[in-house]
Ligand binder design. Structure first.
Ligand code: PLP
Length: 355
C-alpha cells in the first residue's frame, strides 16, 4: 500500500520552474512574531491543546468540542474515514479526485464506488449523478471543495442537495475543504454547518504556506471527535508541541498571512490567464479561486510532453494520470510570482515545440 501520487510529488516533481505544487509557497518563520522563549518542547496537550482547539473552533464558527486537531488534512482525512466506516463497507467518492483520498479509503478496506465530475460539465457536482451511484450500503460520500484537480467550487446549495441524498441513505459526508481556505476573508462557511452528518477536513497548509506546522483539523460531532481522538492515539499519540504553539501564533495573525497569500495568487492568476488565453492547443475551464487549473492537451501524450517540459525547459506540472485523466495535466499557481511567470513562458515554448 502506498500513494503513487505522493511518491511523484516527493521524488519526481521538483524543477527550477515548479508548477506542480498546489499550495502557496512557504511562509517564512522569520515573518511570524515569535520569540524562541515563547516556545516549549513539551506541553499540557491531552486530547487537544486547549488554546489551539479554541482558535480553530473560532476560525470555523463551531464549538471546540466539534474540533479534532490532526497532523494535516492528510491525517484528518484518515481519521475521519477510520471513524465512519468499517472494512468491507461501501464508500462513494468523486472521480476524479485527490489520489490520497482513494488510497486511504482502500487502505481502510473500503469497497469503493465512484460518481463522475465531468470536464464537459466544468467538473460540477451533479446531485443526480450522486443519487444514481449511491446505494443502501453506502456509509460515506467523499469529495473535495474546491475540487482537486480542477479547482471547481461547489456552492452551499449543491452541498446541501448531496447532503440530503446522503442522509436519506443513512450515509455521512466527508468534505475536504483544504482549498476552500483560498477564499480568505470571503470564505463560505464550512459544510459542517449543514448538519452533523457532515465531516469537514482542512488545514493551514495550502492557502497560507504553513504546511510544516501540520495544523489540520476535522469538524464533526463531539461523539465522532471523541472516537477520532482515540483512533489518533494509535497513529500519532502526542503532537509536536512547538508546532501547536506556532499554530496558535499563526491563527492569531492569519489576516496578515492571508494578505500575503492573496497578493501572490492575484499576481500569479494574471500570468495564468495570459497563458491560457494564448493557447489553442489546450481545453480548459478558468478558475477564479484556488491554486490550481487542470487543462486538457488536445493532441499528443501528456506524459511525453511533461517529460520534455521538465528535461528541456526545467519546468514541472502534474500528469493527469494521477487523477485517472491522462489527457490532462494540473498546473499550480501558489509559487513565487517571477518563477511562476517564467514557468508559464516555458510551458508556452514547450507547447509550441511539441505542437
Ligand atoms: C485535497 C487535498 N487534501 C489534503 C491534502 C494534504 O493536506 P495537508 O498538507 O494539510 O496534509 C492535499 C495536498 O495536496 C490535497 O490536495
Amino acid at each position: 500500500m502506498g500513494s503513487p501520487y505522493m511518491e511523484f510529488a516527493k521524488l519526481r516533481s521538483g524543477a527550477k520552474y515548479n508548477l506542480a505544487t498546489s499550495g502557496i509557497m512557504s511562509y517564512p518563520l522569520a515573518d511570524l512574531p515569535v520569540r524562541i522563549e515563547a516556545l516549549e518542547i513539551n506541553g499540557p496537550t491531552v486530547y487537544g491543546y486547549a488554546p489551539l482547539q479554541e482558535r480553530i473552533a473560532a476560525y470555523n464558527g463551531v464549538s471546540p468540542d466539534c474540533v479534532l486537531k490532526a497532523d494535516g488534512t492528510s491525517l484528518a482525512n484518515h481519521l475521519a474515514m477510520a471513524a465512519t466506516f468499517d472494512p468491507g463497507d461501501e464508500v462513494l467518492i468523486e472521480h476524479p479526485t485527490y489520489e490520497l483520498l482513494e488510497s486511504a479509503a482502500l487502505y481502510l478496506g473500503a469497497d469503493l464506488r465512484r460518481f463522475e465530475r465531468r470536464f464537459e460539465d466544468r467538473f460540477r457536482i451533479d446531485p443526480g449523478e450522486v443519487e444514481r451511484q449511491i446505494t443502501r450500503r453506502t456509509k460515506l460520500i467523499i469529495l473535495t471543495n474546491l475540487h482537486n484537480p480542477s479547482g471547481a467550487y461547489a456552492d452551499e446549495a449543491t452541498m446541501q442537495a448531496v447532503g440530503e441524498i446522503a442522509k436519506a441513505h443513512g450515509a455521512r459526508m466527508l468534505v475536504d475543504e483544504v482549498y476552500l481556505e483560498t477564499f480568505y476573508g470571503r470564505r463560505p462557511r464550512p459544510a459542517f454547518h449543514l448538519g452533523d452528518h457532515f465531516l469537514v477536513t482542512s488545514s493551514l497548509t495550502k492557502a497560507f504556506g504553513l504546511s510544516g506546522l501540520r495544523c489540520g483539523w476535522v469538524l464533526c460531532s463531539p461523539e465522532l471527535a471523541d472516537r477520532m481522538w482515540r483512533i489518533n492515539d494509535l497513529y500519532a499519540a502526542t503532537p509536536a508541541h512547538p508546532a501547536e504553539l506556532l499554530s496558535v501564533i499563526a491563527l492569531d495573525h492569519l489576516d496578515k498571512i492571508a494578505a500575503r497569500a492573496k497578493r501572490l495568487l492575484d499576481q500569479n492568476r494574471k500570468s495564468m490567464d495570459a497563458f491560457l488565453g494564448s493557447r489553442a492547443d489546450l481545453d480548459f475551464h478558468r478558475t477564479s479561486e484556488g491554486t490550481i487549473v487542470f487543462p486538457r492537451l488536445r493532441k499528443g501524450s501528456v506524459d511525453d510532453f511533461l517529460q520534455m517540459l521538465r528535461e528541456k525547459y526545467e519546468t514541472s506540472a502534474v500528469p493527469g494520470r494521477f487523477f485517472d485523466m491522462p489527457q490532462h495535466f494540473r498546473i499550480g499557481i501558489g509559487g513565487d510570482p517571477e518563477m511562476t511567470r517564467i514557468g508559464f513562458e516555458r510551458l508556452s515554448l514547450a507547447l509550441d515545440e511539441y505542437g
